[in-house]
Structures are given as structure tokens and as C-alpha cells.
Ligand binder design. Structure first.
Ligand SMILES: C[S@@+](CC[C@H](N)C(=O)[O-])C[C@H]1O[C@@H](n2cnc3c(N)ncnc32)[C@H](O)[C@@H]1O
Length: 373
């Protein structure tokens, strides 16, 4: 496999550029990549209107939204209920007049205090009682919306607004709680809804089909064999497998507001698995389980791609106390073992990795793997 260094592309595989991009910035997700990375890959793979792209780890829908800008059809799968919900809401087609009418309705009634009895303890920790009372009041207002697409739009805006006034602070996979003064939730919610509608009004999408499903990338039996022209994705990073714990408050909020399926299927979760992959390598058990799961995911990607189809995977190397695990190189090896031709590894970022904050372990790379069927 050829290796190329392109540190000029480093920023494109991070969330940073999305912070200022309408719709892309509706939900902050540090693990996301940017639409310009996706568009670069769509161009490189010559994907035009009418073709199909798959993102089996779609996160908050960057691949799907960028494809929608290009008129490329896309399917996105994510195991996390919050991610799949966010992806759905960001990529749907809306009738703006209906959203505006619903906005008038939702904000027209006078506040009514509802009983907080029976509310989830995590929500009590994460919010002031004023904020929670507002959440419950708006839950009942949003509940009156009959059109589920419109209802979900308001639910996402409410969750995002609630997080703005919440006591929760994310610290990697851990959530800490700090009480603080906050503006009234109804004010933040109204501003957020207005902003979301403004973003939609300015968006330039081309007609195409976008499908989002909560599911497991290891088992894509609902997708037809050889039905995609390309895969553009980024699997969870080896030593950041539990980062989705950081969305526990959003998840409980969503459960409270609309009820969601919380089944999760994290790669590497079953540590007993994977003793057979890379038998000669002395990998930590979680890494073995992870690669054994990755093999299943790659098999599925290979199956659903058409002959000649291409895949781009953004992969970060794993940092462990005993050293760096070269996940990009190992993923490429697995890809070849299931039939792919690993055409190129483009190294886009390198970071010094330390143990106990000071002891240098090595340099961890982040790469784009280009694969072909
Ligand atoms: C690196 S993030 C992808 C971010 C995405 N590229 C974006 O721009 O938002 C990896 C995603 O994989 C999801 N995931 C983890 N295990 C999964 C599985 N077994 N099947 C599908 N998705 C999974 C996580 O929930 C996470 O959203």
C-alpha cells in the first residue's frame, strides 16, 4: 500500500470547520469530519447526481448532508440513538411555512408549570428545576404537532437548547456537573428554532434520496449486495470507543421527549472476541475485539459495494500505555483480507501521544484509507 503525507488535509477530517457551517453546526460532535472532506472524496470517486454513497458510521450526518448538497443519494447508519436522530433531522426535507406555523403555535401558549415527579435522576442533576419545567411544558406543546417530521425538528431544537442551559460539561467520555446561572430555556429555544429555520431557508440542496437508520455496521443485511458506488466513513477510533457516554444527558432527554431505542452496539465491546485476528501481534484485548468487529464491518462494506466501487475511511491510530497501535495499517490489512485492494494511505494528522500526560509514548497518526473493490 502506498503512503502519502498530506497534512494540509488535516483540518478537513476534524469537526472544526463545521462550527461555522449552517445545519452542520446544529449539534456539536467532536468526532465528526467536515463536508469538504466528503466533497473531496465524492469528486475523487467521480460521484455525481443519481449515484449512491454509504456511511455505515454516519455520526451526525456529515456525509449525508454533503451528499445532499451534491445531489448524491446516501444511506447513513449509526448505532447511537442520539446520532441517528440528529442525522435524520438534519437531512430531511422541510416545508418552511409549516415549520413557521408550528413555531407560532409552540410559542403561543402561556407557560404552565408541570409536575417534575418521576423525572429521571440524571436530568435532575443536569438541569435547574426551572429548565426542567420548561422542558416538560414544551414537551407537551411539541406533542400536539401531528406531523412527525415537524415534531422531530422541534425536539432536536429543544434538546440542543436544553444542553445550552444545562449544568453538564463534557470532559472526554466523562460528564461533570457545575451549577451556573443560565438564561431562560424558552428564550434559547425560540432563538434556536429561528436559527434552524434560517439555515434551512439558505440551504442549497439538490433533489436526491437520503436514508438514515439506527443500526449496526457489522450487520447490514437490510442493504442489497452491490448496491452502492462508494463508501465514505470514519469508524469509531480504537481508544475512544466509549466517547458516546458523553451523550448520556441528550439520550435521556430524547427518551423523555419521544422515547427512543437505546440498544447500542459498540465495536470492541465484547472483549472475548477477536482472539483469531492478528494472532502474531501482541495487541491489548480491546484492540483484538475491535479489529474482529472491524473485519465484520469491512466485509459488509465490501459486499454492498459494486464492482469497481471505492471506499474512503478516516482512521486514527490507537494510543495505549505500552505503545501506539497502528489501526490504519491494520485496518488496511483487514480490508485486503476481505477482498479490497488497499490503494493508498494518506496521512493527514500526527499527534505526540503521552502517558500520564508527560511520558512520551510515540506519534499517533490519523489517515485516510482509500480502498477499491
Ligand atoms: C468517528 S464517528 C463518525 C462521525 C461522522 N463521520 C460525522 O461526521 O458525524 C463514529 C460513529 O460510529 C458510531 N458507531 C459505533 N459503533 C457502531 C456500530 N457498531 N455500527 C454503527 N455505528 C457505530 C458511533 O456512534 C459514532 O457516531
Amino acid at each position: 500500500m502506498k503512503t502519502e503525507e498530506r497534512y494540509d488535509l488535516g483540518k478537513l477530517v476534524t469537526y472544526k470547520p463545521n462550527k461555522r457551517l449552517p445545519i452542520y453546526n446544529w449539534f456539536r460532535f467532536k468526532e465528526a469530519f467536515s463536508p469538504n472532506f466528503v466533497k473531496l472524496m465524492l469528486s475523487q470517486f467521480d460521484l455525481h447526481e443519481g449515484t449512491w454513497v454509504l456511511d455505515p458510521f454516519c455520526g451526525v450526518g456529515t456525509t449525508l448532508l454533503a451528499s445532499k448538497e451534491r445531489g448524491v443519494n446516501a444511506v447513513g447508519i449509526d448505532a447511537h440513538p442520539v446520532c441517528s436522530f440528529v442525522s435524520k433531522v438534519k437531512t430531511r426535507d422541510y416545508h418552511l411555512e409549516t415549520l413557521k406555523e408550528s413555531k407560532r403555535d409552540v410559542f403561543s401558549r402561556r407557560f404552565e408549570k408541570l409536575d417534575l415527579k418521576g423525572i429521571d435522576p440524571l436530568l435532575r442533576k443536569a438541569f435547574s428545576s426551572y429548565a426542567l419545567e420548561d422542558v416538560l411544558f414544551f414537551k407537551s406543546e411539541i406533542g400536539k404537532i401531528k406531523d412527525l417530521v415537524v415534531r422531530d425538528f422541534f425536539v432536536l431544537a429543544l434538546v440542543v437548547s436544553a444542553m445550552r442551559v444545562s449544568y453538564a460539561v463534557k470532559d472526554g467520555a466523562v460528564i461533570r456537573f457545575f451549577k451556573k446561572k443560565h438564561p431562560p430555556l424558552r428564550k434559547v429555544f425560540r432563538t434556536t428554532v429561528k436559527k434552524f429555520i434560517r439555515h434551512l431557508r439558505k440551504a442549497e440542496f439538490k433533489p436526491c434520496e437520503i436514508v438514515v437508520k439506527q443500526g449496526d455496521a457489522r450487520r447490514l443485511d437490510f442493504l442489497e449486495t452491490e448496491s452502492f458506488d462508494s463508501v465514505v466513513t470514519s469508524p469509531p477510533y480504537l481508544n475512544k470507543l466509549e466517547y458516546t457516554r458523553a451523550f448520556d444527558v441528550e439520550e435521556v432527554l430524547l427518551k423523555e421527549l419521544i422515547g427512543i431505542d437505546s440498544t447500542k452496539a459498540y465495536l470492541g465491546a465484547d472483549r472475548e472476541r477477536g482472539q483469531g485476528v492478528f494472532p502474531k501481534l501482541d495487541l491489548p484485548p480491546i484492540a483484538k475485539a475491535y479489529f474482529s468487529d472491524m473485519e465484520l464491518c469491512l466485509r459488509e462494506m465490501y459486499r454492498v459495494l459494486r464492482e469497481g466501487g471505492k471506499a474512503a475511511l478516516v482512521v486514527g491510530q490507537g494510543v495505549f500505555p505500552d505503545g501506539i497501535v497502528e489501526s490504519d495499517v491494520l485496518t488496511a490489512k483487514l480490508a485486503e483480507s476481505v477482498g479490497f485492494n488497499a490503494e493508498k494511505r494518506i496521512v493527514v494528522n500526527k499527534r505526540v501521544a503521552t502517558r500520564e500526560r508527560t511520558v512520551k509514548i510515540g506519534v499517533a497518526l490519523e489517515s485516510i484509507l482509500l480502498l477499491a473493490k
